[in-house]
Design a protein around this ligand. Sequence first.
Ligand code: ACM
Ligand code: ZN
Length: 553
Amino acid sequence: MKISLLAGAVCLALASCGQQAEVATSYDIIPNPQQIAVCQDAPFRLDKGTRILYSQADSLLEHNAAFLSEYIAQATGYRLETAPLEAGADVEGAIVLSLNDSIADKEGYVLHVSPGKITIDGRTANGVFYGVQALRKSIPAQAPDNAILLPAATIQDAPRFAYRGMHLDVCRHFFPVEFVKRYIDLLALHNMNVFHWHLTDDQGWRIEIKKYPKLTEVGSMRSRTVIGRNSGEYDNTPHGGYYTQEQAREIVEYARQRYITVIPEVDLPGHMLAALAAYPELGCTGGPYEVCPEWGVFEDVLCIGNDNTLLFLEGVMNEITDIFPSEYIHIGGDEVPRTRWEQCPKCQKRIRDEHLKSDKEHSAEDRLQSYCMKRMADYLAAKGRKVIGWDEILEGDIPADATVMSWRGSAGGIEAAQMGHDVVMVPNNYCYFDYYQSLDTEHEPFAIGGYVPVDHVYSFEPTASLTDEQKKHILGAQANLWTEYIPTTEYAEYMVLPRMAALAEVQWTQPERKDYDDFLARLNHLVRFYQRDGYNYAKHVFPADSTNVGVVR
Ligand code: ACM
Ligand code: ZN
């Protein structure tokens, strides 16, 4: 296995009079750090008297200290005192958090454990946060009241990719604010730094837009939901929900404190039936439309010939950019049938007026989609933002500095990188966590299809088939959780765990440090955190405990 001296060993030494019992631990963490050097010195003893000191050079370090104290309390039940580090102060027996310019990577850290103290250095507070994550994952998830013996060691670490994301579709099924925070906690636990929040779709509009109140008054509620895979039968139960702007800001802040950026997605110009139900005049036919009770791709999309549609999108983006400070805004672009545009006089006029021409590869309507995406990219660029779109935005004229999210396999991402665009890899064959994770689908909760088991996620190589120059355009990777067939929070957890752990290592760990068997051994440790915090995780990779309980079918 690994270099750690005490891998997996948890030895309890009985307390001598009045002292805490001791638990020895190791650095068998996920994602695997780039370098762990354990030495023969005595371990550091973390106990109730340990203090967490933070240098005052960066006020964020105070937050990191508070997080560490809280994490240790979750494991041990005791809460360590945190305090600013005074110049010349005695740091014996303390955990010291500091900034250190000599660390090259913005998110890198050095965790140094010696008998007398622990130091966590980062170039930035982000890096220190990942050092804090490493330390908290090195401590047993549950060690009530114990002192912890941490082997003397130096961990030098930095992420492989700058973009390490997880997506959540809250449109097909709505999830409450508390769950979104719980999901963000999982991102932090797995060293991820982007939460891609899919906020609008045919089956529900989930974000309050004050200029267009009917988006949520009408568009956030569907009257019924189809049973199974578009069976033609419905549950006749209304389903809905949305986030107020205040709640969305609360999520953004919750994520920010954990060094996670929320990238909102307004999926346009397709997947817009919920918006069309609210404002039918924005569609080519004028409706009527219904907040969609089925799953799939629908012909009714926004009318790009109508100036009011573009004004609508700008109005929506004004508020979205106000709520979400992210550099990137996701503008969707996936699965947009051209059928309505082909028949719509307004769209055809736009095609003529803008001289949008078909050629061997693209129809004039493809160009109309590009026109729409470019209008939005330009509008957002004027606000200092960049756009991400699904790989369909390659079909036509892709906005100049758009980032491509490659979902239909990796081909679109490879093509985009070859064209010099930045790319986030989310190929469905590795990164769609709504797919089954077992071939024994009869004993699984109902899912959309596909097969993406944990080892397959682990084997994903985001830069495969690219030259060194093109590899620079791969910002990172992300997994998506589409929720057509995921109506409950327990089921959502089941679908992401433990596949998120495998993804974390794809995103963070250099390929030469990856080893699936070693990962599985370390996963035994990480799942204790899932257990402690009551997350519902899939158990296929744990042969001794292979019954998947607690899942709503
Ligand atoms: C997608 O899965 N339609 C991006
Ligand atoms: Zn039209």
